[in-house]
Ligand binder design. Structure first.
Ligand code: ATP
Ligand code: MG
Length: 219
């Protein structure tokens, strides 16, 4: 297997993947000189139990379509193939074993990094990988750390902030647009738009499920 020194990881529900994700990943790749960025669609995300998520095969297919034109992007199905919810720390550990010696850079939006920093095993996670937080212009790590009471001591060294221009795009808004018959053109790659339309994704209102009990975050 090819060995890597600097690898990007981008986890997400990708329901659907959009240009916000792709721009953030490409920006991180260039700024941090990453050899590859691996997109990892989530199986059953622990934090998204309130709505029905599209079938894993659809999310995997659109992620593959979205990254196909970038030779530096890859897709991993590790989380999708695993039964039950996946935790970031477990996935990062799998990548550490699979790519020994590689520095790992986990790319997220500023919203997700705030959530990650509130997890229990955050110190361990920060030892295993760097976090790259896509932020709005002018929104720096100091702003992020102010919002976290127990900000980890090694946090500042391991969290890299990066400004990206396409932050206003979200999957939630895209799903709503499809449901309401509004355009998603120019917000997602053309192949993703075609796949969504051909497979009738997001046409019906998403179901709200009752919150799941007794399953706290382990990471
Ligand atoms: P949803 O609206 O369903 O939460 P989303 O657009 O936030 O979807 P996710 O799959 O939840 O997409 O996000 C995966 C990762 O991409 C997260 O780390 C998230 O913070 C980040 N992300 C989402 N949208 C953007 C964006 N426009 N720019 C940069 N990063 C983003
Ligand atoms: Mg999100």
């Amino acid at each position: 297997m090819k060995t890597y020194q600097r690898l990007g990881m981008m986890g997400g529900t990708f329901d659907p993947i959009h240009y916000g994700h792709l721009v953030a990943a490409e920006e991180a790749r260039c700024q941090l000189e990453l050899e590859k960025v691996i997109f990892i669609p989530a199986g059953r995300p622990p934090h998204k139990t309130k709505r029905e998520i599209s079938a894993a095969r659809h999310r995997l297919n659109i992620t593959r379509l979205a990254v196909a034109s970038n030779p530096f992007f890859r897709v991993s199905d590790v989380e999708i193939m695993k039964p039950g919810p996946s935790y970031t720390i477990d996935t990062v550990q799998i990548f550490k074993e699979k790519f020994p010696g590689a520095e790992l850079f986990f790319i997220t939006g500023a919203d997700a990094v705030l959530e990650i920093l509130s997890w229990k095993r955050v110190e361990e996670l920060l030892r295993l990988c760097y976090f790259v937080a896509a932020t709005r212009p002018g929104y720096q790590l100091d702003e992020l750390s102010k919002n976290i009471p127990g900000f980890p001591i090694n946090g500042k060294k391991r969290i890299i902030t990066m400004e990206v221009p396409a932050l206003a795009i979200s999957s939630t808004d895209l799903r709503r647009r499809v449901r309401e018959g509004r355009p998603i053109k120019y917000l997602v790659p053309e192949a993703v738009e075609a796949y969504i339309l051909n497979n009738n994704l997001y046409r019906t209102p998403t179901l709200t499920l009752p919150p799941q009990r007794g399953r706290g975050k382990s990471s």
